[in-house]
Design a protein. Structure first.
Length: 236
């Protein structure tokens, strides 16, 4: 009994290093257009986040900031409950959130992202969020297995990595990526996911990337097109 108490205390008091927390609408994939709160954790196992290291990184095209000065509501949280309450406060002040309990998606929709959120995610945080009736989603690169009871798992594989998480709700592949070919996509389509998306890489040649992604979707079911709608809607 003593060892179980100690283990629970250690989990609860684990510090969480969060770059930023902000209200938005999901702009990608299956939940595109859904009001949510993003919790962006610091740290990634595929890139340091420091620009000078980009060319040596496994993932070189990341467009998110997860190092440097803390963003809105970011910081070090000493407990799962303190982080959960900050996320809930952000949800309750969300400009787009549903206003009544009978509105679809009225539960707080929390998206855990990064960086790579699985580096810090633990059972204590999931318990705290579920205790407050949150719907929890994770956006992960899939290199680490997800064993926690998360409501929505979105895996976005990166080239030159070994994918440990081949089961979830949504598989979202950014294209083009070196070494990810039509054959690779056919193999990925056999993984245990409900929804499959190809997302054009946001880069100077994006028009060409969109055309390429559309062609892949047209010839390789079950893949569908996902675009970063929040960017052209100017939603953070």
């Amino acid at each position: 009994m003593a060892s179980q108490t100690t283990s629970k205390r250690q989990l609860t008091l684990m510090p969480y290093h969060v770059h930023e927390i902000y209200p938005s609408k999901q702009g990608e994939g299956m939940h595109s257009g859904t009001p949510c709160v993003f919790c962006r954790f610091r740290g990634c196992n595929l890139w340091s986040g420091v620009e000078k290291d980009r060319q040596r990184a496994i993932c070189r095209w990341c467009d998110t900031q997860f190092v440097g000065a803390y963003g809105p509501r970011g910081g070090t949280f000493a407990s799962s409950e303190s982080l959960a309450r900050t996320l809930l406060d952000c949800w309750h002040h969300h400009p787009y959130r549903p206003q009544t309990a009978h509105t679809p998606n009225a539960r707080p929709f929390i998206i855990l992202t990064g960086g790579e959120p699985s580096l810090q995610l633990d059972a204590a945080l999931i318990h705290s969020l579920h205790k407050h009736h949150c719907h929890i989603a994770i956006e992960t690169n899939g290199t680490r297995p997800i064993t926690l009871p998360i409501d929505w798992i979105c895996v976005s594989p990166k080239a030159h990595t070994t994918i440990a998480q081949k089961k979830g709700h949504e598989l979202k592949v950014v294209m083009p990526q070196h070494t990810i070919t039509r054959h690779t996509l056919s193999m990925m389509a056999q993984w245990d996911f409900q929804h499959f998306f190809i997302q054009p890489l946001d880069a100077p040649a994006q028009t060409r990337h969109i055309a390429h992604a559309m062609a892949l979707c047209a010839t390789q079911p079950p893949w569908r097109l996902s675009v970063q709608s929040h960017k052209w809607q100017h939603i953070p």
